[in-house]
Design a protein around this ligand. Structure first.
Ligand code: HC0
Ligand code: SF4
Length: 572
């Protein structure tokens, strides 16, 4: 142990502890901007580029995030020298930053804004000007605004070290340094998967989602159109955070109320088509098992993962399930089954999705996901945008009554709720596949081995003497490991679930900002399993509205009609 003194307090901490972490053990919070340490997902951004965490030592001022403690060290975190340095550094950052706080996408959630406020900065002594003001609005999902970049490199760490996509990196030197794509290519033309994890860790408004709120308002009020809405599993356990509920608060009933007050004509649930996805995907899996062909089957509901697969493994495009994602199945069912049932045509309907995800904005624009010119889903907004709409409409979310979704596209089982956590799609599929193969009741429907926050989880399952090897992985770096094995013929798995975001959609790039606090994400996932446990129906094939849609419309799972509306194709 190393003994030292911080702000007059004697402490002992293990060797190689940084001053920043040593101070945390006695609840001293040293302000910082670039530093990010999320042990649960092995993300550490320790580039010491912002220098905001300067503290005073006998050796002079040092950055607390990048300096390890040493025996007998005496540290002052708030000496006049440290405070002065910190203020100057933040003022310098502000001198190279647009002063758009009132209108910035990130306003209220910006770490730079918060630090400027905490340090009481009222004047900026240095009259600088923006060194780079390029904006990249090429994609449906992500906007890059270099004028707001503070070169913290959090996005670079996420994109390169965790997702291993390698699209965003620091280029040039000195004043010319920017975070950019290869040759400054518009992000739409790069290998970006649009997972949005860069947005989730960006401390300012340099990375944000494309704002589709105005389009949603226009659609709600568009004459001659019926605007209907679906919400994804992971939204219901995270939205509450935007209204000061603790992480993991289940707000499904309040969400239904809020959607009605906003003016949507029908309030439906992506969970319904998550159950439908399971029927199609389990049937496809069983067929592939029987034929011993195209294994392992790969789940296909995460568009960032599919994007990654198309870019990096074009030789493996026979492996993903051909099932559309639940959000897209919903759009297809809403336009081609529900619309006629209320006397409308597909084009009379506008489908809005509320997703934890920014890649879903891109997904709905894929030309394979529709019938002819009519796309299945029209507009996607994130959980954060949904919260903004509720605030804009002056709705007091906390006092809303609990209401239900409309039917028939609002009924779901617990198997659907757990889609939002890594391993959930796999677990839901196995509940159905097991019973279909064995024609027996599954006694213990909780597949604990594929739950939890490990990046890669695996298990084996004996189904009627057939041993099935299963695997669930989250984050694209882990996907790469698994796919390299598949490509090299070394994979033992029969079914693999991949979600691009670390821990799955609960940590999606469109969720309320977690600020590096992984406990929030854990609480959201636990809440999804709680919803599942408390539902009377927990297997997708037991959903009465799903049974009915097969009776009324699709006939059998994997039928020609089901393929027309619920399946898709991939391209490299
Ligand atoms: Fe997900 Fe989904 S579970 S991808 O993570 O499969 O976004 O929540 O909506 O589509 O259902 C996201 C979450 C979904 C879809 C579902 C799947
Ligand atoms: Fe979107 Fe979920 Fe995939 Fe993340 S894991 S990119 S939130 S679908």
């Amino acid at each position: 142990l190393i003994n030292l003194i911080i702000n007059g307090k004697s402490i002992s901490v293990p060797k190689e502890t940084t001053i920043l972490n040593a101070a945390k053990t006695i609840n001293i919070n040293i302000p910082n901007l670039c530093h990010l340490n999320m042990n649960d997902i092995n993300l550490e951004n320790k580039c010491a580029s912002c220098r905001v965490c300067m503290v005073d030592t006998p050796r002079g001022l040092v950055p607390a995030c990048a300096t390890n403690v040493s025996e007998g060290m005496i540290i002052e975190t708030n000496s006049s020298r440290a405070l002065e340095a910190r203020k100057i550094i933040v003022e310098l950052l502000l001198s190279d930053h647009p002063h758009e706080c009132l209108t910035c996408e990130k306003s209220g959630h910006c770490d730079l804004q918060q630090i400027a406020q905490d340090l009481g900065i009222r004047d900026i002594e240095f009259k600088g000007s923006n060194s780079n003001d390029t904006r990249d609005t090429s994609s449906e999902s992500i906007i890059r605004d270099n004028s707001k970049c503070i070169l913290c490199k959090r996005c670079e760490s996420m994109c390169n070290n965790i997702q291993q996509v390698g699209v965003l990196s620091g280029v040039n030197r000195g004043f010319e340094t920017i975070i950019s794509t290869f040759f400054d290519t518009p992000i739409k033309e790069t290998d970006c998967t649009f997972c949005g994890q860069c947005i989730a860790v960006c401390p300012t408004g340099a990375l944000s989602e494309v704002n589709n709120i105005p389009k949603v308002w226009d659609s709600i009020y568009e004459k001659g159109k019926t605007c209907i809405v679906q919400i994804a599993p992971a939204v219901r356990v995270a939205l509450g955070e935007e209204f000061d509920f603790p992480p993991g608060t289940i707000t499904t009933g309040k969400i239904a109320s809020a959607l009605r007050l906003l003016g949507f004509k029908y309030i439906f649930d992506t969970n319904y088509t998550a159950d439908l996805t399971i029927i199609e995907e389990a049937s496809e899996f069983i067929n592939r098992l029987k034929e011993e062909k195209n294994l392992p089957i790969l789940t296909s509901c995460c568009p960032a993962w599919i994007n990654y697969l198309e870019h990096h493994y074009p030789d493996l495009l026979h492996l993903p399930s051909t099932c559309k994602s639940p959000q897209e199945m919903f759009g297809s069912v809403a336009k081609n089954y529900f619309a006629p049932s209320i006397g409308l045509t597909p084009n009379d309907i506008t489908v809005v999705s509320i997703m934890p995800c920014v890649a879903k904005k891109y997904e709905c624009s894929r030309e394979q996901l529709g019938q002819g010119e009519t796309l299945d889903v029209d507009i996607v907004i994130t959980t954060r945008e949904f919260a903004k709409m509720i605030k804009e409409a002056g709705i007091d979310f906390s006092t809303l009554p609990e209401e239900s979704f409309d039917n028939p596209l609002g009924q779901s089982t617990g198997a659907a709720d757990i889609f939002g956590a890594t391993g959930g799609v796999l677990e839901a599929a196995l509940r159905t596949a097991y019973e279909w193969i064995t024609e027996d009741d599954l006694k213990d429907i909780n597949f604990i081995d594929v739950r939890g926050f490990e990046g890669i989880k695996e298990a084996s399952l004996d189904i009627n003497g057939l041993v099935i090897n299963i695997c669930a992985a989250s984050n694209l770096g882990n996907a790469k490991k698994l796919m390299d094995d598949v490509r090299n013929g070394k994979s033992k798995y029969h079914i693999i679930e991949i979600m691009a975001c670390p821990s799955g959609c609960v940590a999606g790039g469109g969720q309320p900002y977690h600020g590096g606090d992984y406990d929030k994400i854990k609480a959201r996932a636990c809440a999804l399993y709680k919803i599942d446990e408390n539902k009377p129906l927990r297997k997708s094939h037991g959903n009465p509205s799903i049974i009915k849609i097969y009776d009324d419309f699709f006939g059998e799972p994997s039928s020609i009609c089901a393929h027309k509306y619920l399946h898709t194709t991939y391209s490299d």
